[in-house]
Structure formats: C-alpha cells, structure tokens
Write a protein that binds this ligand. Structure first.
Ligand code: INI
Length: 157
C-alpha cells in the first residue's frame, strides 16, 4: 500500500483571494461573509485575505485568473449566485461561470474553488446562503483550506 495524501483544514500563514460577484448581492454578500468566517475560524489572518468584487458571475473567471497569475496566493475562492428567471439567460450565465472557473482551475497550480449557487428560485438561493442548506461560501472556503494542504502534501512527496 502506498501513501495516503489527505489535506487538513490548515492554511495558516498563506495568502488567499476571494472573488465575489455583486449580482444578487443579497445572497453573495452572505456567501462572502461565510467564506471569511470559515477562514478566520481556521486561523487565517485577516491581513492575508484579499477580496475582489466583480459585476456578475460571468466576470468571476477573469478576476480569478488574474489572482492566480499574480502568483501571490495559495488559493482563490469564487462566490456567486445565479438565479433562474423567465428566459434562458440563467443557463448561459451559469454554464459560462461554471466552465470558466473549471478552466481557470485546471490551468492553475493552486486550488480555484467553485462557491457558486445556481438556483431555480429565491427559496433555493436562501437555503444555500446561510439557512437550512448551509452557506456555500463557507463550504467553498473549507474546500480551499483542505486543497491547499493536500497540494502541499502531494508536492512535498
Ligand atoms: N449574473 C449573476 O451573477 N447572476 C445572475 O443570476 C445573472 N442573471 O441572471 O442575469 C447574472 N447576469 C449578469 C452576468 O453575470 C454579467 O455580469 C453580465 O452579463 C455582463 O457581462
């Protein structure tokens, strides 16, 4: 049996970036707060957390790519909220933000985490931004912490 690599939720001393989108900011501000709460409660110093706000989910991958390219961060967390309306617009936006973050992530050497709510209605968005289904921003930050540590472990061999 070979080695088992597993990340702990520990990124103390590492710089982390969070990209949030302002569209549906009633929800995305809660996702940003959830992500910050998770990082703070896991010992990440506030000084080491940089944030950027973009207009909508469609713009998230571009800002995430910039943060990655700077080389300054151990992870980039993306938070956003796309809610279905009366037209197919929702499908285009949610598909592009999802594909975009996946592409940035695969092109990157650091974790780029997907904390996007894709909801069919307001109730689903409420449930995922701090009520009965938790907070997707908090979950995304937890994933970032685990992946930072896992990547460091794998790299160290
Ligand atoms: N952006 C979102 O983040 N969520 C949405 O629900 C949304 N809808 O439904 O329109 C949305 N649209 C804006 C889009 O992300 C871009 O900001 C805009 O098209 C400019 O490029």
């Amino acid at each position: 049996m070979g080695r088992k690599f597993e990340g702990r939720f520990d990124a103390r001393g590492k710089k982390i970036a969070i990209v949030g989108s302002r569209f549906n900011d009633f929800f995305t501000s809660e996702l940003m707060n959830g992500a910050l709460d998770c990082l703070h409660r896991h010992g990440v110093d506030d000084e080491l957390i940089d944030t950027a706000w973009v207009p909508g989910g469609f713009e998230i991958p571009m800002a995430a790519k910039r943060f990655v390219a700077s080389g300054r961060y151990a992870a980039v967390i993306c938070v956003g909220c796309v809610i279905q309306g009366d037209t197919p617009h929702f499908h285009y936006v949610s598909s592009e933000v999802t594909k975009g973050i996946a592409q940035v992530s695969l092109d990157s050497d650091i974790p780029v985490v997907y904390g996007i709510i894709t909801a069919e209605n307001l109730d689903q968005a409420i449930e995922r931004s701090g009520t009965k289904a938790g907070n997707k921003g908090f979950d995304a930050a937890l994933t970032a912490l685990e992946m930072i540590d896992l990547c460091a472990e794998i790299d160290a061999g």
